[in-house]
Design a protein around this ligand. Structure first.
Ligand SMILES: Cc1ncc(COP(=O)(O)OP(=O)(O)O)c(N)n1
Ligand SMILES: Cc1nc(C(=O)O)sc1CCOP(=O)(O)O
Ligand SMILES: [Mg+2]
Length: 208
């Protein structure tokens, strides 16, 4: 089943001064239509309680809610899908469990990984990065830069929507989208901005 995939994925993050619920409220009030709840630090019971609150906000504003990794919670909460960060996950088994009703995204770090995901035809989109260095996550993956996304055009990666991720700032958006990718995912450039609501609006203006 072909599914709608937004061109702008807003990701929450653990912050000392603002809860995930508050982050989602700000994002939705300022136009976000696709929320990825990225919390990898809580117990299942705490996650479910928080997801109920977040799902209610997304429902009020008509936003899609995607959980990072926690696909096992999908039958307990009102979320529309999951983003799996483990490139070695058994996507076929996860798809069987969550059914085709739910959206599933995967992470890829190489063009080979994107081509494998595309050929398998199980996930609905893939996050591809890191575009640039980010404080959200430390890793030793090579940075793709604009060149990394331009290279996709020659590889006929045109069936699977590719979402650029990692260290994306507002001035990068136009050039990134000009590479032909489907969309972008952003966390810290919004969450750590002096005015996160204004940052959401600015990213949406740049994308749409
Ligand atoms: C849309 C989207 N793309 C990618 C990710 C996760 O990024 P990734 O680099 O795979 O995650 P870590 O390995 O850094 O945890 C995402 N969550 N959403
Ligand atoms: C989960 C995740 N991993 C990333 C990586 O580069 O590996 S970026 C990211 C989420 C986006 O974060 P931001 O917009 O703050 O760079
Ligand atoms: Mg990462």
């Amino acid at each position: 089943m072909k599914k709608y995939i937004s061109r702008f994925h807003y990701l929450t993050q653990d912050l000392p001064e603002r809860s995930h619920v508050e982050q989602v409220q700000i994002a939705c009030e300022n136009g976000a239509n696709w929320i990825q709840y990225r919390c990898l630090t809580k117990s299942d019971e705490d996650l479910v309680e928080e997801i109920h609150q977040i799902a209610a906000i997304c429902d009020d504003w008509g936003a899609t809610l995607i959980l990072t990794n926690h696909y096992h919670l999908l039958d307990r909460v009102d979320a529309q899908g999951v983003h799996i960060e483990d490139v070695n996950a058994n996507f076929e088994a996860i798809r069987q469990q969550i059914t085709d009703e739910k959206t599933m995204g995967a992470s890829a770090y190489t063009t080979e990984e994107i081509l494998t995901l595309q050929a398998a035809g199980i996930v609905d989109y893939c996050g591809y990065g890191p575009f640039a260095s980010t404080t959200t996550r430390t890793h030793d993956r090579p940075l793709l830069g604009f060149k990394g996304y331009r290279e996709l055009e020659e590889l006929r990666i045109d069936l699977l929507p590719v979402i650029a991720v990692g260290g994306i700032r507002l001035p990068d958006v136009e050039l990134l989208l000009n590479t032909g990718i489907h969309g972008i995912a952003v966390s810290s450039a919004i969450n750590l901005a002096p005015d996160p609501g204004e940052a959401v609006k600015a990213f949406y203006r740049a994308v749409y």
